[in-house]
Design a protein around this ligand. Sequence first.
Ligand code: ATP
Length: 284
Amino acid sequence: MDLVTRQPRLPEPGETMAGTDFTTGPGGKGLNQAVAARRAGAEVMFLGAVGDDGFGGELREFLAGEGVDVSGLRTGPTATGIAQVSVLDGGENSIVIVAGANAADDLTDGDRAWIARAAAVVVQLERPLALVEEALAAARAAGALTVLTPAPVHPDAARLVALADILVPNEAEALALSGCADVEAAARRLSGAGGTAIVTRGARGVLVARDAEIVAAVPARAVDAVDTTGAGDTFVGVLVAWLIRGEPLERAVDAASVAASIAVTRPGAAAAMPERAEIVAALG
Ligand code: ATP
């Protein structure tokens, strides 16, 4: 759950200060990607954990309302994970994430059964690395398409790269994960042998590398962006929704780019994500 305060500046240690606004809303990479894929027409099972608290109930209801299957969403003894976002006057954000129930690190038999039935398994690093690694390995063994967003950046994430058929970092994550100084070299290295890396570059679009070669640079549509929160998650969800329908990678990348460019023109993360029909119409 995102807890967002607006305030003039960050308080000093020991200081209590007045903020000007407070909102809560569903958030997190996994949730955003699940909603993006669902709106783009995929059947989505959300595997994760919430706490036995108000936020947990709200998130479960929100996902179910979007048509995401939440029967694999566990309720644990730990509080629901939160992101406390301080939006400062001037627009800068400071964020504290507490993983809470998301820190639970065991893959259950139930999780394994869902993974074994999936056409694609999409993971990111707001869950523990060992759990993500196990999920990717189980998905690969089951023959599912494996898709990893290596975010937030984790120092040991390099060992996951070989388990992902498609890696979707943003530019900063690609540079951090590859150790390369420029984005093309990073994309080539992260795609490795037999893999695909799609580096998202905000308004500059995406760079696609396959088998250690750059195969495409897709520019972003020129739009008036009002809120880019969740742009990367929209991209991933729509990409996967297109791929599991059997669409070729180039068309899936186009659809994902168009969807993300639509999402940035509207406020909010999940709230801004387009439905399949809107994406198809924009693709022309
Ligand atoms: P976020 O953390 O805000 O979700 P991100 O850093 O993961 O985003 P970005 O690379 O910023 O991901 O954006 C993902 C994709 O969204 C881009 O590749 C592009 O297709 C689209 N996009 C983002 N910003 C813009 C923009 N200003 N104009 C058009 N498209 C955009």
